[in-house]
Design a binder for this molecule. Structure first.
Ligand code: FE2
Ligand code: FE2
Ligand code: FE2
Length: 421
């Protein structure tokens, strides 16, 4: 019997936030740094704890809408061209998860300049003061050079920020930053990667716990972050999730475990955030180097979720989807009975979804071919023959659900890409 799923929101959100920073060592820790800086400025301003916590989450997720590597990198330049698209995209993603509705509103305007107070509004919408704090924190973070000694950077950074008082940043926020910036610990925390453990100490007192449905909703939101990076993967994680759940319903899984396997399906390719879109969309065969980058994804996904204690089973089920029963999978080469039933379900669901979708280098396969490939994989010792048999027997039901899910994702994807016109 598995206990009811109870996941700390903050821990899950920060783990997912570190997944976003996997895309390049250049941005490693960026999201947590912004969260930390925003929190310190808000503390200096004496904002109530609830608003400070919202700022931590907003900072940890602020660039969630910048899905391509290029967008990520350009968001790290001090003066960005056209930053509002990724902010709007982030807003549309975050509002999918009800507990993030305020966070979504903050992220939406995190690049609006103060412009002598005109920045209280943007496109006739009210801009939350928190958006301006994230904006400032984000711009401070991008000015920090991780390769240089930190104290020598403090004064020039304060100067660069102060020179934009009133234009880019609200005067009272710059004033608060100047106060914070006088204290050595602030710079040392940032430079020594202590931001994450520090933030952890602020939150646990009243950590918001997610029930199974909320966990599912947050995982679904992240599935979009993973999938919407390319039209070729726009449905993939949602499809894997529904296929895995339906397969599992024919196996000894409890109700709670069915929710968990769906969550695992949504997050199974989390580590693909570390794979550049150019590789995801490549029309030719991958070079050995590109293939090496691609193959890291299961390891990264596993690693990012590993600190979440209550997510252990979900992580095993999701992240081990490229292991094979004969031990020739990756990255752990787990074989036979040691591979959990949920991981085996995921492996079948992943192959089924992948070959049923269009890829840059080939069209979706027809049913008979899909079933033949799955059978071949079962026969050669890769995937579980019993689960493959369940899929074959219930093909129409499972494929029907997959297609339904695909329609839903297509619709959401279109709404999402409209921003980029
Ligand atoms: Fe941004
Ligand atoms: Fe994968
Ligand atoms: Fe996958």
């Amino acid at each position: 019997m598995i206990k009811e799923l109870q996941i700390p929101l903050f821990d899950l959100a920060t783990s997912l936030s570190s997944a976003m920073d996997l895309i390049s060592p250049m941005v490693a820790n960026h999201h947590k740094q912004v969260a930390y800086i925003a929190y310190q400025i808000a503390s200096e301003l004496g904002l109530p704890m609830q608003r400070r916590k919202n700022l931590i989450l907003s900072g940890a997720l602020h660039d969630i809408g910048a899905l391509s590597f290029q967008e990520r990198l350009s968001s790290l330049e001090f003066e960005i061209q056209n930053p509002h698209k990724h902010a709007e995209a982030g807003y549309r993603l975050l509002r999918m998860f009800e507990p993030f509705s305020q966070i979504a509103g903050i992220v939406r305007f995190h690049h609006v300049p103060w412009a002598s107070g005109a920045g209280r509004e943007y496109n006739n919408k009210e801009v939350p003061p928190e958006s301006h704090i994230i904006h400032l924190a984000d711009r401070i973070a991008v000015l920090i050079d991780p390769k240089k000694e930190i104290f020598s950077q403090a004064a020039p950074i304060v100067e660069t920020i102060a020179a934009r008082t009133g234009t880019m940043f609200a005067p009272e926020l710059v004033e608060a930053f100047k106060q914070v910036g006088e204290k050595e610990f602030f710079w040392l925390d940032i430079a020594s990667d202590l931001t994450a453990p520090y933030l952890q100490t602020i939150i646990p007192s009243d950590t918001l716990m997610l029930d199974p449905n909320e966990t599912l909703a947050l995982a679904r939101l992240f599935a979009k972050v993973i999938d919407f990076r390319s039209p070729f993967t726009a449905n993939h994680s949602s499809s894997v999730a529904i296929i895995a759940e339906t397969l599992a319903s024919y196996l000894p899984f409890s109700q709670a475990e069915l929710v968990m396997i769906r969550v695992a399906g949504y997050l199974h390719d989390l580590g693909k955030l570390a794979v550049p879109v150019e590789i995801l969309e490549k029309q030719d065969k991958l070079t050995p180097q590109e293939w090496n980058i691609m193959r890291r994804h299961t390891y990264y996904g596993y690693h990012v979720l590993q600190p979440l204690h209550d997510f252990r089973t979900i992580n095993l089920w999701g992240s081990l989807h490229h292991e094979r029963l004969d031990g020739r999978g990756y990255p752990f080469h787990i074989r036979g009975d040691e591979l959990a039933l949920g991981s085996r379900v995921m492996a079948v669901a992943d192959i089924f979804a992948a070959i049923s979708e269009d890829r840059p280098y080939r069209k979706a396969m027809p049913t008979h071919e899909v079933l033949a490939i799955l059978q071949k994989n079962a026969d050669n010792g890769g995937i579980d023959p019993e689960i493959t048999a369940i899929l074959r027997k219930n093909y129409h039901e499972i494929n029907g659900k997959r297609l339904q899910e695909e329609q839903k994702s297509d619709h959401e994807y279109r709404l999402f890409t409209e921003i980029y016109g």
